[in-house]
Design a binder for this molecule. Structure first.
Ligand code: MTE
Length: 401
């Protein structure tokens, strides 16, 4: 096949050197305060990340950026506010003209696609709420180790690309092919195991599962997987491999670190401190039903007693059916209004207006339910990874006299 590739203009900050150059000035100052180079503090203490101003830096060594809850105020999350989750270094250089996607394994005809060849396949778009499985880990009690995400390792974006099913059709999956493995171009430091995971063939063949090249109408920026990433809608973010370079069809699930012990949930509730084994656990797939209060912010002091609560809710492969709000610490609940705009896999905006009965402190809670009848619980049972924490959201506000 001819390689008639145009050179795409690659968004700024495409090499780690450039990226670090961009933050170096502030970094010099910040490093003296935090020599480990790994931030877990507020955005206020961390160096600004170009194009991602205002985000909470959860880790700087491998960039992990969290969206402050107040940014969850639009159907589509603008790229500057979209969270970033990296298990290792982003690729130092990425060039659209030399990038190739290898597809092999249990197939009749292994193929290598250039970006231009890939993009000859029919284009398809999916609006998807992408959430990190570890979102809410920092709120888990007892504490579990890992990136201490609070509420904002989630965002809702319009992804566009080609159907993974169309790619797989070109290579012809053999009857022995059962799982689809993704490998990205991450730079793996030292002994860190590479970020390689697989999904079952059935999900890979779903017409909404993509090899995505665009987000919100532009080419994927580097932080989000330029030039192509898997997009496995409704599933934990870990399924959506960035900087995709290799797809391999396997006869069983990939068995690397990020499949076991990583990204697994216990089959039965477990005591805190217990360990995951292959037998007592399963791989994380689709997301839970969950809601997030965007406004008022936690700790807000309000002058008016007339208060509008706003937020978002999502439910993985299911539809959000309703969101209920409590303004009396969970004693009573009332239905919030769901905003019209919605799409399968997307988050849904909601709002709720109430008048505070008296000045003083008030706890507002939000609880989403979905089309499968799942309801957000008051608390979730503990698991060693702190995964899928979808406990009812809450904020404490103060209404001034
Ligand atoms: N893909 C690669 N190659 N390397 C990674 O570290 N992180 C995964 C996934 N894809 C990751 C990856 C995880 S855990 C999440 S939650 C999503 O990417 C986050 O996507 P984002 O950074 O575009 O928000």
């Amino acid at each position: 096949m001819p390689h008639t590739l145009e050179r795409f203009s690659i968004p700024a900050m495409h090499s780690r050197r450039e990226f670090l150059k961009g933050v170096s000035l502030t970094l010099v100052a910040a490093c003296s305060a935090n020599p480990s180079g790994c931030w877990t503090a507020d955005a206020a203490d961390a160096p600004p990340i170009p194009g991602k101003e205002g985000m909470i830096v959860r880790s700087f060594r491998f960039l992990d950026l969290e969206m402050p809850p107040e940014y969850a105020d639009s159907f589509i999350t603008p790229i500057p506010h979209f969270f970033v989750r990296n298990h290792m270094h982003e690729p130092a250089t990425l060039d659209a003209s030399t990038w190739r996607l290898t597809v092999s394994g249990e197939v009749k005809k292994p193929l290598v696609f250039s970006l231009a060849e890939l993009e000859k396949l029919e284009s398809h778009a999916v609006v998807n709420a992408l959430e990190c499985a570890g979102n809410g880990r920092g709120l888990v009690d007892p504490h579990v180790s890992g990136i201490q995400w609070q509420k904002g390792a989630v965002g809702n974006a319009r992804f566009r690309g080609v159907r993974l099913a169309d790619v797989l059709e070109r290579v012809g999956v053999k009857s022995t092919g059962k799982h689809v493995m993704f490998r990205g171009l991450d730079e793996v430091p030292g002994k860190v195991p590479p970020f390689i995971r697989s999904i079952p063939l059935e999900k890979a063949l779903h017409p909404d599962t993509l090899v995505a090249t665009h987000i919100n109408g532009v080419r994927l920026p580097k932080h989000h997987g330029f030039p192509a990433r898997a997009l496995v809608p409704g599933w934990v973010g870990a399924a959506s491999c960035k900087w995709l370079a290799e797809i391999k069809i396997l006869n069983q699930p990939f068995d690397g670190n990020f499949m076991y012990p990583g990204y697994r949930l216990p089959n039965e509730p477990m005591k805190s401190g217990a360990a995951i084994t292959l037998e007592n656990s399963h791989t994380l797939t689709d997301l839970n039903v969950k809601s997030l209060i965007a406004a008022p912010g936690d700790g807000a002091k309000l002058r008016s007693r007339a208060i509008r609560v706003r937020g978002v809710a999502w439910a993985g492969e299911s539809e959000v059916a309703r969101v209920d709000v409590s303004t009396d610490s969970g004693a009573t609940w009332q239905a919030a209004e769901l905003v019209k705009e919605h799409a399968k896999y997307a988050w849904r905006l909601w709002s709720f207006a109430f008048k505070a009965v008296k000045p003083g402190g008030c706890t507002i809670m939000s609880r989403a339910s979905d089309s499968q009848g799942r309801v957000q619980p008051a608390s979730v049972s503990w698991n060693p990874g702190g995964y899928l924490n979808n406990a009812i959201d809450r904020v404490n506000i103060y209404v001034e006299a």
